[in-house]
Design a protein around this ligand. Structure first.
Ligand SMILES: [Zn+2]
Length: 452
């Protein structure tokens, strides 16, 4: 039953309902950040349950996890649809929470009122990740039209992805039996570009490190004492300067990376996408895609010293800064943390005192190639009528690494509906509607073929 023509016509029959459900879901401002009305998450969870119910799913729970250290989690939807006995189980993941809308003037239209313009649907969550939920629901509805669901399906729609999934691991542990699957499809990433689908096969990890440099036990008049002792900001700057070599590549021994990627990111396009100022040279070595996805990157993301406004002729005794290290797939976060702290301890100039505050460790992810991945690539190629491109993501999605750790035998497929113009997390977020349709088609084909 997996011929393209019949699946396509089944999809066309259900698509208007899928689109209407997406719009209703976007109208619920389900922002998980605690500064926003959390009752909206209950409403969006209930709406997701409705959407699944009308997709032929009957076994649906809304689960809110209580944890000792994190308090109460946000409501998640956990649901099952049974396939034939002995068939493989596929876990479909998406999240129903969204980012805050941000400033109103960054939007041309109301953030929580979906508006179609030039083939795209605008609104917070139209893509990230309410479209992901409707890709899953749309695929199930399509297969229901055909009377063909050859796999067992579990749906897990999380409500706290945008705040870093604080109760995710506890949730996995508490509901391990219900979440166990042979294949996991995470519909929360991007495609290479409009009209070209992708599997996301690698994610960088993250290490956060707070560093304090102290040189004096109190501030001093810079006229009377300046000279024999450098101020803490100058010392910290010299230390920070050791983190990269002259090309701008990370120069910390023990941090690994590699320069093999499927995609070619043209420099002009990258400069335009990033808004790099004219004349500013790019940093690092190797292909641009590898610099974004498979090599480490290290940035200073905060620095505390006396502000310019309050500055006086004083030697600053202490300087604190925050480093954000993106680690390459394949490197354990603790190893990267150890390499970074060893580098800093070894390179701190003038014997200044250096101390480390709380660190953050988020693992990277590297997909393992498999038959399942081949089936997924074929489904994407059939739906888009063009070959998919393997991409990496430079940011981390910690829950994917968590899934890989808790379910090491499961094949994880990271798909999505976003494209470079989606602007997830920003004003004017939008979904490309034709790619959305193709994503549903691909997932319907994939589910159908995974059962063969
Ligand atoms: Zn997302």
């Amino acid at each position: 039953m997996t011929d393209l023509a019949s699946v396509t016509s089944a999809l066309d029959a259900v698509l208007p309902g899928v689109r209407a459900d997406l719009e209703e879901l976007v109208r619920i401002p389900s922002v998980s950040s605690s500064a926003f009305d959390q009752s909206e998450l209950q409403r969006s969870a209930a709406k997701v349950a409705d959407i699944l119910r009308s997709s032929g799913v009957t076994d649906i729970d809304i689960v809110t996890l209580e944890t000792e250290d994190h308090g109460t989690g946000r409501p998640a939807i956990l649901a099952h649809k049974k396939g034939p006995a002995g068939a493989p189980t596929v876990l479909l993941y998406a999240h129903h929470d969204v980012q805050p809308p941000g400033e109103r003037d960054t939007w041309d239209t109301e953030p929580f009122e979906p508006v179609e313009k030039d083939g795209r649907l605008y609104g917070r969550g139209t893509a990230d990740d309410k479209a992901g939920i409707l890709v899953h629901a749309g695929a199930l509805r399509t297969l229901e039209q055909l009377g063909d669901l050859p796999v067992n399906v579990t749906l897990f729609v999380e409500g706290e992805e945008e705040i870093g999934s604080p109760t995710f691991v506890d949730f996995l542990t508490a509901h391990r039996d219900r979440l166990e699957a042979d294949v996991i499809i995470v519909a929360d990433s991007s495609n290479w570009k409009v009209g070209t689908p992708s599997l996301t096969t690698s994610l960088r990890g993250v290490v956060g490190l707070e560093v304090t440099v102290d040189v004096l036990d109190h501030a001093l008049h810079s006229g009377m004492y300046g000279g024999p002792v450098l101020d803490a900001v100058t010392v910290a700057s010299r230390l920070i300067a050791t983190l990269h070599d002259d090309s701008g590549a990370v120069a910390v021994a023990g941090l690994h990376g590699y320069d093999e990627t499927d995609a070619d990111y043209p420099e002009d396009q990258l400069r335009a996408d990033m808004g790099v100022l004219e004349g500013v040279q790019l940093a690092g070595r190797g292909s641009l895609a590898s610099r974004l996805w498979t090599q480490p990157a290290l940035s200073v993301i905060g620095l505390d010293a006396t502000s310019v406004e309050r500055s006086s002729n004083t030697l600053i005794p202490s300087c604190r800064f925050q480093l954000s290290l993106r680690t390459a797939p394949g490197q354990a976060p603790q190893d990267a943390y150890d390499a970074l702290t060893a580098h800093i301890s070894k390179n701190v100039p003038f014997g200044a005192r250096v101390s480390f505050g709380n660190g953050e460790l988020g693992p990277a992810f590297q997909a393992v190639d498999s038959d399942v991945m081949g089936t997924a690539r074929q489904a994407l190629a059939d739906a888009w009528q063009t070959d998919p491109v393997d991409i990496g993501v430079g940011g981390s999605i910690p829950f994917i690494a968590d899934l890989a750790e808790v379910f090491p035998q499961a094949k994880i497929l990271v798909t999505g509906v976003e494209d470079p113009d989606t602007r997830a997390h920003s004003g004017n977020e939008s979904l490309h509607l034709d790619d959305f349709r193709k994503a549903i088609l691909a997932e319907a084909l994939l589910l159908s073929r995974l059962g063969e």
